[in-house]
Design a protein around this ligand. Structure first.
Ligand SMILES: NC(=O)c1ccc[n+]([C@@H]2O[C@H](COP(=O)([O-])OP(=O)(O)OC[C@H]3O[C@@H](n4cnc5c(N)ncnc54)[C@H](OP(=O)(O)O)[C@@H]3O)[C@@H](O)[C@H]2O)c1
Length: 270
């Protein structure tokens, strides 16, 4: 008997798979028949997620702190040993920092840049030999709607996502000769532990998450990008418009942003 739908044989590595968007992505990919390597720091959470997936025995947990380059290189080697190749790399791990610049700490800034930027480059380099051996290989970079419009209170975080978008644009062309597609996903406000776990030294108010997306909806976009890669996909047309306005009329963009954010921020007068 011919099965209704042959299971996908695709092999994926998802970073930040222990919670939020990464967890939802691992769940959806497993449901679609992918074999998934789940990477994050907390091994117990990775095992919890793996146990919740369709056919847990097909998937592998790769505990790793991405800020540790040697550990990252070992993690990529483990994925290579288990899967032999990669068809999809989802670079999703990241953290925020809700703080005015004057109260920011260098160690947290370093952690932010190491996790959200340096590790992405390290993992891209270490994964390329695996992606070269993959089928229709794709890398999805999970970015943010603040990547193309700096915002107060999250200056360093937005800067790290701006760097991520630049990485996506450059690598997309570097890897054209490798036939590896690179897609950026500019994610909007999503209901995950992200806001509760980010360092917030003076208790700045976080965004109102009442109208936020579900992580499952973001996971569906990631799957869609694997099936049909696009250079950049936005999850909020309003933020896309705000970013475009920022290029042409920065003062207007500032005014619109301050009005949208509330929280006592003021429009610059000079
Ligand atoms: N939630 C939103 O509104 C939103 C909006 C736009 C973009 N994003 C982006 O979406 C991505 C996922 O965030 P999320 O909302 O799902 O938040 P989350 O639930 O806090 O997930 C973050 C994930 O990253 C992992 N991680 C953090 N530091 C790591 C490190 N040094 N090494 C390895 N793994 C690390 C965490 O696992 P461990 O703690 O176990 O290491 C966790 O699995 C992030 O890149 C974020 O910037 C989120």
């Amino acid at each position: 008997m011919v099965p209704a739908q042959a299971p996908s044989q695709r092999r994926a590595l998802v970073t930040g798979a222990s919670s939020g968007i990464g967890e939802a992505t691992a769940g959806l990919l497993a449901q679609e028949g992918y074999r998934v390597a789940l990477l994050a720091r907390r091994e117990s959470e990775l095992e919890r997620v793996r146990a919740s997936l369709a056919h847990p025995e097909r998937h592998v947990c790769v505990p790793c702190d991405l800020r540790d380059s040697a550990a990252l290189i070992r993690a990529a080697a483990v994925v290579g040993e288990r899967f032999g190749a990669l068809d999809l790399l989802v670079q999703n791990a990241g953290h925020g920092y809700l703080a005015r610049v004057e109260e920011s700490r260098s160690d947290v800034l370093r952690s932010l840049v190491e996790t959200n930027v340096v590790a992405v480059l390290d993992l891209a380099r270490e994964s390329l030999p695996l992606l070269r051996r993959g089928e229709r290989p794709v890398m999805v970079l999970v970015s943010s709607i603040v990547a193309r419009r700096g915002i107060p209170g999250q200056v360093a975080y937005a800067a790290s996502k701006a760097a991520l978008n630049s990485i996506g644009e450059g690598l997309r062309i570097e890897w054209a000769s490798e036939s590896v597609a690179v897609s950026l996903l500019d994610v909007g406000l999503t209901r995950t532990p992200f806001f509760a776990t980010q360092p917030n030294p003076s208790g700045l108010p976080g965004p109102d998450v009442s109208g936020a997306e579900s992580p499952e909806r973001v996971a569906a976009k990631i799957l869609a990008l694997d099936r049909r890669p696009q250079p950049e996909r936005w999850m909020s047309w309003k933020w896309r418009a705000l970013s475009l306005v920022g290029l042409i009329a920065p003062r207007l963009s500032d005014r619109l942003l301050v009005r949208r954010m509330g929280g006592g921020w003021r429009t610059p007068e000079r």
